[in-house]
Design a protein around this ligand. Structure first.
Ligand SMILES: Cc1cc2nc3c(=O)[nH]c(=O)nc-3n(C[C@H](O)[C@H](O)[C@H](O)COP(=O)(O)O)c2cc1C
Length: 314
């Protein structure tokens, strides 16, 4: 299947595995790329030495294209960028910050740059500074989320109408039906997080993976809503945050105090249900098994084709 996004990355199927802290290391990224999608190493939870190791291992494990995701707010962003360029990684997804500040460096190194956006204004800005595509992420998504709480269904067509560069849809996409819906809205690929977090190759803890499988439609909550929204599984820690937020409000300082204590690591990587932050999206209700990354890609494509056929008979 060919779209502007498959051409841009030189991949066979328009499925991109999201860069995710504590989840997407070299094993997951290389497995997705080997299956014909785009695997992405998530640099968000890595220092530059660890990122170097993961990029080298991904290169050894696949001969197919792969990318890296970097949150631009990182204090050591310069070191991470140097590692990415030194390893000749040619696909970069940037998030959480302004892509304009770093794009020249990436472009000079011959990289394709995609910025993650959550509204039309950010998408237009990404296009203006020279990004090659945007990944538009809706309210359903796991992890950090846009302040305006725009759902994927409303966000994608508005961004598709506003920009000329290709749009990759993210948030709530976990099977072939949701993928087809994103294509109907004008997306040319999908970025999938939660579904890939519950795979054999995901580096997350088994308890966290099983929590995704067990989660039902209403089991995630959004906290720090007015500052830096995060969607995660409703657990004792997140319920405590939500209660405090509702009763007293939330300041940036208090959020840092609560969020910064290695909560993501505790929840996702260490499987600590009581005290950790187990980031996952509303699509966790669509995930019923822990399977290989290649099975996710193949299953999604089969479901996509049968949903497409079914629709065409209506
Ligand atoms: C555990 C987890 C960690 C994430 N970490 C990052 C990250 O480091 N950088 C980023 O841009 N997005 C991150 N995200 C968001 C994903 O990249 C992706 O856009 C999102 O998961 C898509 O929605 P879905 O979970 O419904 O598939 C994370 C999501 C999850 C579930």
């Amino acid at each position: 299947m060919t779209t502007r996004v498959t051409d841009l990355f030189n991949i066979q199927v328009p499925i991109i595995q999201a860069g995710m802290v504590w989840v997407s290391g070299w094993k997951l990224a290389s497995a997705v790329s080997n299956a014909g999608g785009l695997g992405i190493v998530g640099a968000g939870s890595m220092k530059s030495e660890l990122l170097l190791e993961h990029l080298q291992k991904t290169s050894s494990a696949t001969s197919h294209p792969f990318g890296v995701n970097i949150p631009l707010l990182r204090g050591d962003i310069g070191d991470l960028i140097n590692v990415i360029i030194s390893q000749n990684v040619k696909i970069v997804f940037t998030s959480a910050g302004h892509p304009g500040r770093h794009i020249e460096k990436f472009k000079n190194a011959g990289c394709v740059v995609v910025h993650v956006v959550a509204n039309v204004k950010q998408a237009l800005k990404a296009q203006e500074v020279g990004c090659d595509a945007v990944a538009a992420e809706g309210f359903e998504a796991g992890g950090h989320n846009g302040l305006e709480e725009i759902t994927t269904l409303s966000l994608i067509p508005q961004i598709v109408d506003a920009v000329k560069i290709p749009v990759i849809a993210a948030g709530g996409i976990a099977d072939g039906r949701t993928m087809l819906a994103a294509f109907a809205l004008g997306a040319e690929a999908v970025q999938v997080g939660t579904r890939f977090a519950a795979t054999i190759e995901s580096s997350a803890h088994e308890i966290y993976k099983q929590k995704i499988v067990d989660a039902k439609d209403g089991d995630t909550i959004l906290t720090y809503r007015n500052i830096l929204p995060v969607r995660a599984l409703k657990n004792p820690f997140m319920e405590q945050v939500q209660k405090e937020e509702t009763q007293k409000g939330m300041t940036r300082e208090r959020m840092m105090e609560l969020h910064a204590k290695g909560r993501e690591r505790k929840g996702i990587f260490e499987g600590n249900w009581e005290e950790g932050e187990m980031e996952m999206g509303q699509s966790s209700g669509l995930v019923h098994d822990i399977i290989s990354a290649a099975d996710v890609v193949n299953r999604m494509m089969n479901e996509f084709e049968s949903a497409r056929k079914k629709l065409s008979t209506m």
